[in-house]
Design a protein around this ligand. Structure first.
Ligand code: ADP
Ligand code: ZN
Length: 519
């Protein structure tokens, strides 16, 4: 250990009361202590703050911390002050007296850490004063906010790119809990961190076993079955709508399972009461929308079931991550369907945000469904998504335990794509299957005359439905919910062309599709 790191560990013990560094903390801190900029991706709870707090205390000068949320800043500063660290914040809530006292301390070199918002920092008067102040480092917390590819883009973070020129001799440390490879690349570009080291901690949660299955019929019924097999333990069920939570909670209660619904539409007192009941119980099931989660720390949650899928892999990992906090085995089970994906896409399109943001969200939905419907280790997929390299299969997800056999269905996919093409995207899934089977009742002469009519008699209706789902998940087909009468159209044109030409193969899970069976 270098002398500088010895000193860092001394601070860790004396000021923060921790015996040893965790994960990548020591490496990140060494890098900054050596005066070099870096990007660190550590999971939530991984101890990101110490990575900039300790070097700020050791290196001469003021440590500047840019943070997006005032509440977050206040918490951190209060905690630091309590531990005897000379820390302060300057945000829009700070009154004039405190502000000038803080500046006095900065100029006297008495302060180790100063927390600021991005827009506060970039004000000319602030920059001007800070440029005359010796700085230990500039930390950019929640650095994924700089990227449109992150899940929490903040335009004001873009301005932070200028820090590179404004403080050329000061090391900059960007930290975040979630950054897929695209977002990391963006962070580096935007914050001018080219050539600096990147530290990516493991996102592994070995206590979690992951499962996912396509919905067959109503999700509520399946959820009840899953929970019946897990009686005596506590869990969380996530549903996509308030109604959904109420319905599932009632079904469970009727089956004798102590279940509570939780969503933002409930009265605040009732919500708090239910949360307390849940936290106290040995066996309780919370059926919730995503309004439930922030700050829920129940260590013995044994399973998280998604009755409806989340919006991204980030959200998935955060929600599933609420199980097994005590380190004991726990499960994450997700039910999903092509219709869920179509709704997610539709919701994105109806949002009032930039097209570029929509494109990002669409891509995230696709990546999530590719993982859910994929054929290789789920945990490894998630970890790779977060930028981990050399990841091994977990050995305990459904796909590791029973690797699906795949069959080549490229020819059948060509038939289905060409049927959709010829039918002009005006029909739904049921009609498409009938068309392929040549079973449409009273087909129009237009339809009966198409070369694709009855082109797929060798396969079963279920087989075709599974294949159509697969093509939807792969983005080769697109489903427009069309207010309850979903229509199927062609998806990604390049992909479709590649399938026609046989350059792209379509593989089906043998276990799922019953594709060999004809009826
Ligand atoms: P995040 O990465 O989510 O920002 P924090 O920096 O808030 O995480 O740290 C999460 C928790 O872990 C805090 O309670 C902190 O005190 C604790 N912690 C951080 N580093 C260590 C360590 N080396 N040993 C023990 N606890 C630590
Ligand atoms: Zn696995």
């Amino acid at each position: 250990m270098t002398p500088a790191l010895d000193e860092a560990r001394e601070v860790l013990r004396r000021t923060f009361g921790h015996a040893e560094f965790r994960g990548l903390q020591a490496e990140v801190i060494s890098e900054v202590l050596a005066g070099r900029s870096a990007l660190a991706v550590l999971p939530t709870g991984g101890g990101k703050s110490l990575c900039y707090q300790i070097p700020s205390m050791i290196r001469p000068g003021l440590g500047l911390v840019v943070s997006p949320l005032i509440a977050l800043m206040s918490d951190q500063v209060a905690g630091l002050v309590q531990s005897g660290v000379a820390a302060a914040k300057l945000d829009s809530n700070v009154d004039l007296n405190t502000r000038s006292e803080t500046w006095r301390r900065i100029e006297a070199g008495e302060l180790d850490l100063l927390y600021v918002s991005p827009e506060g920092l970039m004000q000319p008067s602030m920059l001007d004063r800070l440029q005359r102040t010796p700085l230990a480092l500039v930390a950019i917390d929640e650095a994924h906010c700089v990227s449109q590819w992150g899940h929490d883009f903040r335009p004001e973070y873009r301005m932070l790119g200028r820090l590179a020129e404004l403080f050329p001799d000061t090391p900059r440390l960007a930290v975040t809990a979630t950054a897929d490879s695209r977002t990391r690349e963006d962070i580096r570009n935007e914050l001018r961190l080219a050539g600096t080291k990147e530290f990516v901690a493991s996102f592994a949660r070995p206590e979690l076993s992951l499962f996912a299955e396509r919905k067959r019929g109503a999700a509520g019924k399946r959820v009840a079955e899953l929970i019946a097999a897990r009686r005596g333990r506590s869990g969380i069920v996530y549903a996509g709508s308030r109604d959904g939570t109420e319905r599932i909670a009632q079904d469970l209660a009727a089956a004798g399972v102590p279940a509570l619904a939780y969503h933002a539409g409930l009265d605040k007192n009732l919500r708090e009461k239910r949360l307390e009941d849940f936290l106290d119980a040995d066996e309780a099931v919370m059926v919730a929308t995503i309004a439930f989660g922030m700050g829920v720390d129940k260590p013995d949650v044994r399973y998280v079931i998604h009755a409806d899928p989340p919006a991204s892999i980030e959200a998935y990992w955060q929600e599933v991550g609420r199980a097994g906090r005590d380190g004991e085995p726990a499960e994450g089970i997700t039910l999903y369907s092509a219709a869920d994906m179509a709704w997610a896409m539709k919701r994105i399109q109806s949002r009032e945000v930039d097209d570029t943001v929509k494109q990002v969200q669409v891509r995230k939905v696709r990546q999530l469904y590719a993982m859910l419907d994929g054929m290789s280790c789920r945990a490894a997929g998630v970890r790779r998504y977060f930028g981990e390299e050399k990841v091994r299969p977990c050995g305990q997800c459904d796909l590791c335990l029973a690797p699906p056999e795949s069959v080549d269905a490229t020819e059948a996919a060509q038939k289905a794509l060409s049927a959709v093409h010829r039918m002009g995207g005006r029909f739904g899934r049921g009609r498409l299957v009938d068309h392929l089977l040549g079973k449409t009742k009273e087909p129009s002469s237009f339809e009966a005359g198409l070369t694709t009519f009855g082109i797929g008699r060798e396969f079963s209706p279920t087989g075709w439905r599974d294949l159509i789902d697969q093509l939807l998940f792969e983005g080769l087909l697109r489903e427009d919910p069309n207010d309850g009468r979903p229509l199927i159209g062609l998806g990604d044109a390049d992909g479709v062309r590649a399938v026609y030409r046989g350059e792209r193969r379509v593989a089906l899970r043998k276990a799922l599709e019953g594709f060999d069976a004809t009826t």
